[in-house]
Ligand binder design. Structure first.
Ligand code: ARG
Length: 270
């Protein structure tokens, strides 16, 4: 019998994909000027919001801004732990203006926002595990930013090197299930980083390349329910065996920009 998993209510910040488009290419999934079906994207995104709400989570929204087609990827704009907000400094000049809008949202909601000095893409690369921050580098967030994150939060930051351009953000290669365990795709990491993960999480769920290319690692878990791409069928079955409840949410339209469920979701941890 698998364990009974206990969900914890979350507070999420999201941004509607009203201006979603693929206008530039900053990761291998993006083909500039590929047509995006904005109506479909909006429907898919609404289904994610409904799934969160029907599972008891709080969802707050920020107004999208014309000319910022990737603003829907809320995860990239900050990492929030213990009510403290560490903002972003995007690698791509096209995305840099997003930060101002997110910072304003956080300030209006009563948070101070720390502005990083080095390139840093929020929860895209900085994953809070409940004990420490797993921090990706290699494509976007810099090692220097990892140092800033550790200094800011006073929590240990564990640097992990990403090696596959298709999995350019840590949240495309790894996600946290609960305080004790994670899921990851080992081949997305350097040999040394794989060893670090194996030492920290000997019981981790290991995903395949198919799971990863289906954006199955870009999932959100509340400790019991795992909001996951339906295309990551094999991974969902393995999570089910471990006592988690996969909740399929199809965000296929966002793959054109290299994004999925987690990318669209910023968690505000008080
Ligand atoms: N087009 C966006 C970029 O390349 C996608 C961001 C996806 N977000 C994420 N958290 N992985 O920056």
């Amino acid at each position: 019998m698998p364990e009974t998993r206990v969900p914890r209510r979350r507070r999420f910040l999201v941004c509607e994909p009203r201006h979603f488009a693929v206008q530039y290419a900053i990761n291998p999934w993006m083909q500039p000027d590929v047509r995006v079906d904005v109506d479909l994207a909006q429907q898919q995104w609404q289904s994610l919001i409904s799934a969160y709400r029907s599972h008891g989570h709080t969802v707050e929204t920020l107004e999208p801004v014309t000319g910022l087609p990737d603003m829907v990827f809320a995860a990239n704009s900050a990492v929030v732990v213990g009510g403290r907000v560490f903002g972003s400094l995007f690698h791509a000049p096209e995305r840099r203006p997003e930060s101002t809008h997110y910072d304003t949202w956080f300030k209006t909601a009563g948070f101070d926002v720390y502005r990083p000095e080095s390139v840093c893409e929020g929860e895209g690369d900085l994953v809070w595990t409940g004990r420490y921050v797993l921090a990706g580098t290699g494509f976007r967030t810099t090692r220097e930013a990892h140092r800033e994150v550790q200094e800011f939060f006073g929590h240990p930051v564990i640097s992990l090197t990403l090696v596959d351009p298709y999995f350019y953000h840590l949240d495309t290669a790894l996600f946290v299930l609960d305080d004790d365990n994670i899921v990851y795709y080992p081949e997305a990491f350097s040999a040394g980083s794989r060893e670090v993960l194996a030492r920290l999480y000997p019981d981790a769920v290991l995903a395949t390349r198919d799971d990863a290319t289906a954006f199955g690692l870009n999932s959100v878990s509340d400790g019991r329910n795992v909001f996951i791409a339906p295309q990551a069928e094999a991974l969902a079955a393995r999570l089910d065996e471990r006592g988690y409840v996969p909740v399929p949410v199809d965000l296929s339209e966002f793959r054109k920009a290299g994004g999925g469920i987690k990318c669209c979701t910023q968690e505000i941890r008080s």
